[in-house]
Design a protein around this ligand. Structure first.
Ligand code: SAM
Length: 232
């Protein structure tokens, strides 16, 4: 799988792939990344990529021409590329999207800056638009990395232990049960005794009950959906 990041600020993003799980996954060729800069495609003699928004308002908007040229040539090179724009006005990104998108061959993320991306780019080229939450960031670089990270850990071999994917929060509208490591008692605070007895079916039962409690407390919206499915 390939991830292409369309950004004016590649340096902000590169470091994320220089360590830990994603670095190892790239060394093992589980996925590759590349970067494209809209500035390399602008026809403006001052290399501008943004201009004042039509209709007034504060701030600048990324102009269509550099992005049209960039995306046109990307589509020619890779006709199956799935193009995603990051925008607060997109649909909320969810774990189910991460799993679904992990089956694509090639995904390109457009990072907006300033007041955002000219709508004609989104209408013409984007397959999907996503938001990572109800708040405004200065650019789409972090949101693009968030999606790439969440998608790539569903690719074969990226996580050392594939089993950990099944137990994670958001599978089946349930948060993960609390985790404990060693020692069994730390600072006077213990670990649930059932966790320590080695009976895996009893541990699974207890974890399910704790996961339900946690979901009810922290995510009543998810708990309501569980109720509807009759899973609680
Ligand atoms: N004027 C825009 C609005 O009100 O919707 C906000 C633009 S924001 C300052 C600049 C860029 O950051 C956006 O084009 C987008 O790429 C990115 N961005 C900011 N917050 C985001 C979020 N919550 N989810 C996804 N992308 C976001």
């Amino acid at each position: 799988m390939t991830f292409t990041f369309i950004t004016l600020f590649r340096e902000i993003m590169e470091g994320y792939f220089n360590d830990s799980i994603l670095k190892r996954a790239m060394e093992e060729k589980r996925f590759t990344i590349d970067f494209r800069n809209p500035r390399d495609y602008t026809k403006n003699k001052h290399l501008k990529v943004d201009d004042y928004a039509a209709g007034g308002g504060a701030g600048l908007t990324l102009m269509p021409q550099p992005l049209f040229d960039l995306l046109g040539s990307l589509k020619k090179e890779s006709p199956k590329v799935h193009i995603i724009a990051m925008t607060p006005a997109g649909k909320p990104f969810r774990q189910a999207d991460a799993v679904r998108l992990s089956h694509k061959e090639h995904i390109a993320f457009i990072s907006g800056r300033y007041e955002g991306i000219d709508e004609r780019v989104i209408e013409t080229y984007c397959d999907e638009v996503f938001s990572i939450g109800d708040y405004i960031l200065t650019g789409g670089e972090l949101p693009s990395l968030v999606l790439c990270d969440a998608i790539s850990r569903n690719l074969d071999g990226v996580l050392g232990n594939q089993g950990s994917l099944d137990e994670e929060s958001f599978n089946d509208d349930l948060l993960e049960a609390p985790s404990f490591s060693k020692p069994a008692t730390f600072n006077g605070i213990g670990t649930p005794s059932e966790y320590l007895k080695g009976n895996h079916s009893k541990i699974a039962d207890l974890k399910f009950v704790l996961a339900l409690d946690k979901t009810k407390y922290f995510r009543p919206d998810m708990y309501k959906r569980l109720n509807k499915k009759g899973k609680q």
